[in-house]
Design a protein. Structure first.
Length: 127
């Protein structure tokens, strides 16, 4: 993932319908994901998850294609449990996912154990 941004929105009492309370933006290549906490008229929070992807049209212009999920508090636990279970399943059963993670960990370990080379120590008699 390329970047994560947080945004907190101050609530204004004059407009209580679909009030945005808190946001997190994740930029991942061509896609951007928005996690927005919003408030209903009765001050109950819900989550909207939006995937936004820039699509180019034939004439060179572009438009954003968006997909949105609304998640209400009574479904948070079931959603989180199912998401965690599915991610665990993918990690355990997709060989490409496992090998990519192992390779990444190996690279990180090798990089941590390598001695730092001193490139500023030059002997001019050898030149």
């Amino acid at each position: 993932m390329e970047g994560i941004d947080n945004k907190v929105v101050i609530k204004r009492p004059e407009n209580k319908f679909k009030q945005e309370v808190h946001s997190k933006v994740i930029r991942a290549g061509k896609r951007t994901y928005f996690f927005d906490v919003k408030s209903t008229r009765h001050d109950e929070y819900y989550l909207t998850i939006t995937e936004s992807k820039k699509r180019y049209i034939d004439n060179g212009k572009f438009q954003y294609e968006k997909h949105k999920i609304f998640l209400y508090k009574e479904d948070f636990e079931k959603f989180a449990d199912s998401l965690e279970e599915i991610i665990h399943y993918i990690r355990e059963n997709q060989p490409e996912y496992q090998s990519a993670d192992l390779h990444k960990e190996e690279v990180e370990v090798v990089a941590e154990n390598e001695p730092v080379k001193d490139y500023t120590n030059v002997d001019f008699e050898d030149i």
